[in-house]
Design a protein around this ligand. Structure first.
Ligand code: NAP
Length: 365
């Protein structure tokens, strides 16, 4: 049985990965070892064939004994530990949620519903670095898979509404903390006029004592139109990832332009995206609907009406679900080759943990 080491298993992505592996009985297929950067010696999660004690993720000694390492620990960890392991001669398979290695020539970005054949081929050829894609990119590709398969897309612009948990466990807890502060202040003056309340809250969220260590800014009662670092061309790094990662996953020979504005919003879980899709030629709505609907088992087309949209196409409706709904699909007034759409997906499932789980299963076969 192969030895598989898990790093970052208690973070947002890692815990969703653990849940999915438990519900799919994956642990029967491997010997599991759990590593931590902060809890060495504590009890490890109890799983079938699992080693019982947490080992240090910051020392290479035990990591080097693994056949496969799955890291959901984050980019800084990968940056530091991955080169050390390879330098020490570790030849195992590295499966990672962080972006650090995504664009390297010797890594494959994994998204099972879209590039399963490519992943299989890479494993056969001896590729050893497999990285999950950016969450919004992966969810967009699953939603629009049918149009990409038909080579119909000239370009896509995506305006995102990304949940707090996309920034990690500490950030998600911070949003709740901010909401508690808002709730507490409201509780002191529930009978105030609306505009007076608004003024109180506007002051509260800009006060120095408002909890914002992780986001750096209020997210409760606010939105943050910048995610990740600054790129020289004026994009945020999150925006830059869309085009480069999507084209790498799709293995395009001619780059499909993808760009837009990425925005953090106060949803807890699930990323949403408003899409403008420019097709290479005019198409009937029914054709576009059918292509999208039939592309893979996970995409779900939501009829473009108010009741279905508000019931099925929101973070509240999609949180914790495997399917990736897309709706608000209609031709735009710019012409028959422009389509509007809106998609919501669980960024911790197909946006992060599930592609890693799929490649792990393949690597164990
Ligand atoms: P995270 O929740 O911040 O977890 C990372 C590590 O932080 C944990 O493994 C844990 O490490 C430590 N940690 C500290 N305080 C914690 C707490 N209160 N609860 C849980 N863990 C805590 O990070 P993440 O969001 O899972 O992201 C991991 C990687 O996946 C990142 O590179 C990220 O960019 C990428 N990613 C994330 C998402 C997403 O939606 N969140 C989607 C796609 C990709 P120790 O046990 O070693 O202390």
């Amino acid at each position: 049985m192969k030895k598989v080491g898990f790093i970052g298993w208690r973070g947002m992505v890692g815990s969703v990965l653990m849940d999915r592996m438990l519900s799919e009985n994956d642990f029967f297929r491997m010997e599991s070892y759990f590593f931590s950067t902060s809890q060495k010696g504590n009890a490890a999660p109890k799983v079938t064939n699992g080693h019982q004690t947490l080992m240090s993720a910051l020392e290479t000694k035990e990591l080097l004994k693994m056949d496969i390492l799955v890291s959901c620990q984050g980019g800084d960890y990968t940056q530091e530990m991955f080169p050390q392991l390879r330098k020490d001669g570790w030849k195992g398979i590295w499966i990672d949620a962080a972006s650090t290695l995504r664009m390297k020539d010797d890594s494959v970005i994994v998204l099972d519903p879209v590039n399963r054949h490519h992943i299989r081929e890479a494993l056969h050829k001896g590729v050893t670095n497999f990285v999950g894609g950016n969450c919004t990119v992966s969810l967009l590709l699953i939603a629009l898979h049918g149009l990409f398969k038909e080579n119909l897309v000239e370009w896509v612009s995506s305006m995102t509404y990304q949940a707090a948990s996309g920034a990690g466990a500490k950030n998600m807890i911070e949003l709740l903390d901010q909401m508690r502060s808002v709730g507490n202040r409201f509780g002191q003056n529930p009978a105030m006029e609306a505009l007076d309340l608004e003024r109180q809250m506007a002051t509260l969220i800009t006060e120095g004592s408002f909890p914002k260590t992780n986001f750096g800014h209020p997210l409760a009662l606010n939105i943050l139109p910048w995610i990740d670092s600054e790129m020289p061309n004026g994009q945020s790094k999150e925006e830059w990832k869309a085009q480069v990662e999507a084209n790498k996953i799709l293995q395009t020979t001619t780059m499909i332009p993808m760009d837009g504005t990425c925005v953090r919003v106060g949803a807890l879980r699930c990323h949403s995206q408003g899409l403008t899709i420019k097709l290479k030629k005019s198409a009937q709505l029914a054709t576009v609907e059918e292509l999208i609907r039939s592309a893979n088992p996970w995409v779900e087309l939501v009829p473009n009406n108010k009741a279905d949209t508000l019931a099925k196409l929101t973070p509240a409706a999609v949180s914790g679900k495997m399917h990736v709904p897309i709706g608000r699909l209609r031709p735009m007034t710019m012409g028959g080759d422009f389509f509007n759409a809106f998609t919501v997906g669980d960024q911790l499932l197909w946006g992060a943990a599930e592609p890693l789980r799929c490649v792990l299963r393949m690597a164990l076969e």
